[in-house]
Ligand binder design. Sequence first.
Ligand SMILES: NC(=O)c1ccc[n+]([C@@H]2O[C@H](COP(=O)([O-])OP(=O)(O)OC[C@H]3O[C@@H](n4cnc5c(N)ncnc54)[C@H](OP(=O)(O)O)[C@@H]3O)[C@@H](O)[C@H]2O)c1
Length: 212
Amino acid sequence: MKNRPRVIVNVAMSADGKIALTGNKEVKISGDEDFKRVHELRNRVDAIIVGIGTVLADDPKLTVKEKYVDDPNKPLRVVLDSQGRIPENSNIFKDDNYLIATAQETDRKDFVRCGDGDKVDINTLLRLLHEKGVREVLVEGGGEVIYSFFRSQAVDVFYVFVGSLIIGGRDAPTPADGEGARLLDDIIQLKLISQEPMDDGVLLKYEVNYHD
Ligand SMILES: NC(=O)c1ccc[n+]([C@@H]2O[C@H](COP(=O)([O-])OP(=O)(O)OC[C@H]3O[C@@H](n4cnc5c(N)ncnc54)[C@H](OP(=O)(O)O)[C@@H]3O)[C@@H](O)[C@H]2O)c1
């Protein structure tokens, strides 16, 4: 499907595959070298996408910091929020360069309905962003949303930073949660492109091989 933007997913996980503490509390997994890389990535893309779970847990700004990038751009900030429950005081609303993708009819001009299901339809959202001129997006989490992008066959590049720490906990979020594969055919195969030591961990870069 090429009438959609190129999709890059980026996430940082512990050595035991967790992206936050049990209860979804945010935790620093990488360091300054990786932060710089992520801000450079943000600066390059047209839009940054997160789920409402991440907004409620972390209240991220999703901006590009001058500390890491000279003359930062302002990519569109997109939140997947089926029921439009994002709090009005969220950092996402700091300026008007944002879009809330919902799965419900809404009168708000800054909210856009994507699909007829319970959740935001990923391919509808990507088509809509493409129509707006968005050619490259960065999906930054969390685990539910990342898995939906994989299941929608909508990931081109997957970066995972593996930090040197153990978080543990059967309920701590991972880079790809959701329902997961119940059949072997549902497994998504990756192709390892590079591995690079970074901070006290390692950055892995993958491309995705979907079945036809
Ligand atoms: N380490 C990292 O790199 C990193 C990065 C980002 C986040 N995190 C962590 O991840 C945790 C949050 O992850 P999460 O998985 O709970 O939340 P999430 O993926 O950010 O958001 C999930 C929510 O998005 C909404 N949504 C709408 N359309 C969807 C779709 N098509 N597919 C999936 N979800 C859809 C759903 O809520 P509605 O049904 O209400 O719309 C869903 O519950 C936090 O603890 C945060 O700290 C870590």
